[in-house]
Design a protein around this ligand. Structure first.
Ligand SMILES: [Zn+2]
Length: 309
């Protein structure tokens, strides 16, 4: 009946196809793929609109991360249950022991990667406290819900962390030389810190310093420093910018650090980075400038009062 209410054009026109699932009315493979992926999940698990939104956000948030594509693809395959876990291989009639390669205490499903005692041990050593599993919730929904409230750095760390665990598991499977658990933790921390340092085009705080920045006197070089600290992984990235009295850029540097106890320690190390850079470049007259009140107060204190502990 609806057809009868459609207004007829006064001038004959050719029919055109309209893609109703996008405001542009134009089909693209990306939109079609997202639609199919969401439709499948919705029909299979009867999701409501807020749950569907979290699943859609999961894809957007994952693909927008500034990390190597191979890591994003691994995590996407995990989310889609495409990883060759022992259970998946066994379901495809491949003769393997379905037990977990890392703990041997349970069947190796994609969800078990998060539940595995090995994963939880590494997680604990790294100080990640948001990885809590739930056996009552459809695990894809659980993962999308877990991912949803994290900020960009936490998502990056989480994805890289799981990728590192899966890589470690593959190395163990193929009898490669294995790192110790402490080495694995250190590798993940350093890898994450390097990734974040590449993401940091301008270190937070330096822009603020730029507003009030005044050139150094004479032939002195002014070093401005700041840092981005992550309390969960005890890592930070320091940033240093050096300029002369004509505001010309003389040097810049970013350095990832790990095993940092607190933000005050961060400021000490980043100040030290500024001194090291100045020394390496051979500048004799330097001015170190930062907005870290704690370190500046400590630096001004008597020698025996400079400890931050
Ligand atoms: Zn396990």
């Amino acid at each position: 009946m609806q057809v009868m209410f459609m207004p007829l054009p006064r001038i004959p026109q050719q029919d055109v196809l309209i893609w109703q699932y996008d405001s542009s009315a134009t089909y693209s493979v990306k939109i079609g793929y997202n639609l199919l992926a969401c439709e499948f999940v919705v029909h299979a698990h009867d999701l409501d609109s807020s749950e569907l939104q979290r699943v859609k956000s999961f894809y957007d948030n994952l693909w927008s991360l500034s990390i190597p594509t191979k890591i994003k693809v691994m995590f996407w395959r995990l989310f889609k249950n495409y990883l060759p876990t022992n259970v998946n291989l066994s379901n495809r009639q491949i003769s393997v022991n379905p037990s977990c390669h890392l703990c041997a205490a349970a069947s190796e499903t994609v969800y078990h990667i998060f539940e595995c005692s090995f994963t939880k041990r590494i997680c604990s050593n790294m100080g990640i406290n948001y990885l809590t599993t739930s056996s009552e919730q459809y695990w894809v929904m659980w993962l999308a819900t877990l991912f949803y409230p994290l900020n960009v750095n936490q998502r990056l760390m989480f994805v890289v962390f799981i990728w590192a665990i899966w890589s470690y598991r593959n190395n163990k499977l193929h009898n490669s030389t294995l790192q110790s658990e402490a080495e694995l933790v250190r590798f993940i921390r350093v890898y994450i810190a390097k990734l974040i340092s590449h993401c940091v085009s301008s270190v937070p705080g330096l822009a603020k310093a730029d507003v009030k920045w005044t050139p150094p006197p004479g032939n002195a070089i002014k070093f401005n420093f700041d840092a981005s600290f992550d309390s969960l992984l005890k890592t930070f990235v320091s940033g240093v910018v050096a300029r002369n009295n004509e505001s010309l850029l003389m040097a810049t540097g970013t350095t990832p650090h790990c095993y940092v106890v607190n933000p005050e320690m961060t400021e000490v190390l980043v100040c030290e980075d500024a001194f090291i850079l100045a020394t390496e470049l051979g500048f004799n007259r330097i001015i170190i400038e930062g907005d870290a009140l704690t370190i500046i107060n400590k630096a001004k204190a008597r020698t025996d009062e400079r400890s931050l502990s």
